[in-house]
Design a protein around this ligand. Structure first.
Ligand code: NAD
Length: 556
């Protein structure tokens, strides 16, 4: 454990502390990740323990190295600790990193925790250790997209008049109430930690909250009967509140969960324990705490399965809830599908995923400018156009102004180039950093989530994200990261992250074109390789130079 320290605020404005905007942009992205994280004082960003850097001394050394870094040099970061700087070349990444990767046989939660306790490793999440986190706004479109698709798939086009029960209002789960209300539904969100509820209220992600289940039910029932959207946070433990709802005869239309169930030690508070009692037990008897968490998850999942049997649409939101329940003896836990396979995979086949950009100047006008550009360029796509309009109305910025939009192969490159030209022309106040979540076509192999149930059975093949990272280095991205699962996710995934900065220079233009095209292009070829016709069609339509027989041989 490191000494807690005063929270960081990302620098705004035109003043450079580094030797160029590429380095300055990465430094601001690091600062922004800490600023918008859940527990800035100990560098924890989201997902219970995903960290931005190993510890505060590492953070300081990374920041100092970025200040002195020249173009043509590359800093190496290992699990949040800076290791060294090497001369590489002008188009090489400024930063490469590998975080929480363990050799297969040792990739267990126990081994990870042992290393973590000795200060040898952190979990980087998808976007924490590689400085790509932008607060709950980073996940809100994906969450909206998921719930809107649930409405389209199961409820005749909308969630209006539907009750959605979920839990967890943390860094990512906190996007749920806003996303559900944006999709028209009535959200009942169970959260055990009052500070998280307060934070979602303050940032405009949650409309109402109460500690009374009766009051919460009255509010959501009224909204359901009027067909009006609402989001309600109720203080309580999911492992207690969900069974209580079932006992009262409530069957929601949709049920999911975003507690950090993937991590039994710090992510899921067992039933019957206050937050303080859980913290005390974590110190005194971690094994017992984990056993209690597992037992609580089993009860939680049994309620979800009962509701599913009664007609509720149930899905796992990628937090390993099913795997934990299965390990606790819930034999049919995997009857619950995962959201990615059901609602997101078709988008991945077209290279569409959570693309985002950050105004490193700190000026909201820069994002307004890019919003207009997106509407102009892609306004013909109703999903994109509706999203940008909804986001402008409902999503408040956290930290540096940023926007997410699920753009696909080709569209990301077009936008990147257009924005780089705008930076060059002085139409915006500063550079724009482009990045994406690892939850993307090319970014991840996670057999219980993004790559579950692939038609060719290649769910656990981790070559793809590694190739993605290599290719993004070759293309000249500013930062490239290879991440593995840590904590409860140890052994469950391999992923890759990328950031590329539009600083208005011709060199940035070259890098943006290469990186944004290859990043999504390889994702499309990955899904073509798995056998998806949509991906084959996308590869052909985009003129990707595929060497795969199923793409090249039977071309129409
Ligand atoms: P977080 O740790 O910031 O938040 C988890 C929240 O759950 C906390 O606020 C915690 O107080 C609450 N909680 C824990 N136990 C509880 C219980 N028994 N009852 C009620 N509340 C409880 O995590 P996060 O960043 O919000 O992510 C949540 C989970 O979702 C993680 O497992 C993450 O990996 C997963 N996930 C999310 C997405 C997405 O697209 N949003 C995708 C993949 C995975």
């Amino acid at each position: 454990m490191t000494e807690p320290r005063r929270p960081v605020r990302a620098q705004r404005g035109p003043e450079l502390r580094c030797r160029g905007w590429r380095q300055e942009a990465l430094l601001r992205m690091l600062e922004n990740t800490v600023e918008t994280g859940e527990r800035p004082e100990d560098l924890v960003v989201y997902g219970a323990l995903a960290k931005a850097a190993r510890d505060w001394p590492s953070y300081d050394r990374i920041a100092a190295a970025l200040r002195g870094l020249e173009v043509g040099e590359t800093m190496v970061v290992q699990s949040g600790k800076p290791i060294g700087v090497f001369r590489t070349g002008p188009d090489a990444p400024l930063v490469v990193m590998a975080t929480s990767n363990l050799v297969g046989r040792w990739a267990t939660a126990e081994h990870f925790y042992a290393l973590e306790r000795r200060g040898l490793m952190i979990w980087g999440g998808y976007t924490a250790a590689d400085w790509q986190y932008i607060g709950s706004q980073g996940i809100v479109q994906g969450t909206y997209q998921t719930f809107a698709t649930v409405g389209q798939t199961h409820f005749g086009g909308t969630l209006r008049g539907r009750l959605i029960v979920t839990a967890g209002l943390g860094g990512m789960g906190g996007a749920q109430p806003l996303a559900i209300a944006m999709a028209g539904g009535a959200a009942l969100c169970v959260e055990v930690d009052p500070t998280r509820i307060r934070r979602r209220r303050e940032t405009g992600y949650l409309e109402r909250d109460t500690a009374s289940l009766d009051e919460a039910l009255a509010w959501v029932r009224a909204a359901v009967s009027l067909g009006e959207p609402v989001s309600v946070g109720v203080l309580g433990n999911a492992a207690e509140v969900l069974p209580e709802l079932a006992r009262r005869g409530v069957v929601p239309d949709v049920v999911t969960d975003q507690t950090s169930a993937h991590d039994l030690l710090v992510g899921y508070v067992p039933a019957g324990l206050t937050l303080d009692a859980a913290a005390e037990l974590r110190e005194r008897d971690p094994e017992r705490l984990m056993a209690e968490a597992r037992a609580s998850i089993a009860g939680h999942v049994r309620t979800i399965l009962d509701w599913q049997a009664q007609g509720a649409i149930a899905f796992e939101y990628g937090n390993n809830l099913r795997a934990q329940a299965a390990a606790a003896g819930v034999a049919d836990a995997f009857k619950i599908p995962v959201f990615t396979e059901r609602y997101i995979r078709p988008l991945f086949c077209r290279g569409i995923g959570p693309f985002r950009w950050v105004a490193v100047s700190g000026a909201p006008e820069d994002i307004a400018y890019v919003d207009e550009a997106v509407l102009r360029e892609f306004g013909g796509d109703p999903v994109v156009a509706d999203w940008i309009r909804l986001a402008r109305r409902h999503v408040r910025f956290q930290g540096l102004p940023a926007r997410i939009a699920w753009l696909g192969h080709g569209a990301r490159t077009r936008l990147g180039l257009l924005v780089n030209d705008a930076v060059a022309a002085g139409a915006v106040r500063g550079p724009i950093a482009f990045t994406r979540d690892h939850l993307d076509a090319g970014g991840v192999a996670q057999p219980f989530r993004e790559t579950e149930g692939l038609p060719d059975g290649s769910d656990a093949v981790a070559d793809w994200p590694l190739l993605n990272a290599l290719l993004n280095c070759a293309g000249g991205a500013d930062l490239v990261a290879i991440h593995g699962g840590g904590g409860g996710y140890a052994g469950y995934y391999q992923s890759a992250g990328v950031t590329v900065v539009a600083d208005g220079t011709p060199a940035a233009r070259r890098r943006l074109e290469a990186v944004l095209t290859a990043d999504t292009g390889l994702g499309v070829l990955r899904y073509a390789d798995a056998g998806y016709d949509d991906a084959v069609a996308t590869a052909r339509a985009a003129g990707l130079r595929s060497l795969q027989p199923n793409v090249t041989d039977s071309a129409p």
